[in-house]
Design a protein around this ligand. Sequence first.
Ligand SMILES: [Mn+2]
Length: 288
Amino acid sequence: MSNIPIFLSSDNNYAPFVATTIASICDNTKCFCEFYILDSGIEEDNKDKIRNLKNIFNNFKIEFIKIVPEKDLENIEYKNACHHVSISTYNRFLIHEIKPELEKIIYLDVDIIALGDINTLFECRLDGYSLGAVPEKESNQKYKTELDLDLQHQYFNAGVLLINNRDFDSKKLFDAERAYRDKLKWADQDVLNIVFANNYKILDKKFNFMTGEKEQENIVLRHFNTDLKPWHFDEGLKTSYVLNLQIFWHYAKMTDFYDEIKNLVKYKTMADFNKKRLLIIMEKRKNA
Ligand SMILES: [Mn+2]
């Protein structure tokens, strides 16, 4: 059994979720995981809190790789269009430059919790493709034209990527970002779709199970991909809007960030949430 290299990307605000993601992965695999954290400013005491997961799990190691966006990502112009996307998501364009010796790697967003063995993803064959990813449920055909994407291309979600690192050329990615900068709606996810259009292996949706999908049994990675994040909902709540809330809180509780994460809760009751939803719907109608 080989080690599994897993890249995560985070600034200081997302440090608690780096910990929840790592805890859930280690708890569900017998493999040894090498975590490489593309670090845009995680504070030392938060790094220690993440490392403290060593007290619970012995099947992982962590390397923090400092990224200075103003320097390492100097060409990226951050657009506010994607309100819950942080510039640190672009860190992943540097993976090949940072670790050229790694051949096959996994990249994960940190709004992801493992429910199954990550090794089942790592063992997927790429069959000559540069990338493995899961298509999004709805893809906007008109938008694909704006990005010069072939209409046959199935727009994929970039929260879970199985990467053939030899093909993950940083320059190609930065060049595409520059060429399409004014048209991007979903930041680096659009760039990845442009660069790897019609050149990716479609993976089963159990490897990137997104919000809004019908509940299923064999989920390996649960991606809380919308702006309804599990940490916004009290751990006691049950809602069909955000499935698998309890499992997120189960892992949050294992980390040294538990109290901090509890402070992020916006909805203590479903009535709080429904009130908020109504406001959003009314706002949308007004703007329509
Ligand atoms: Mn995400």
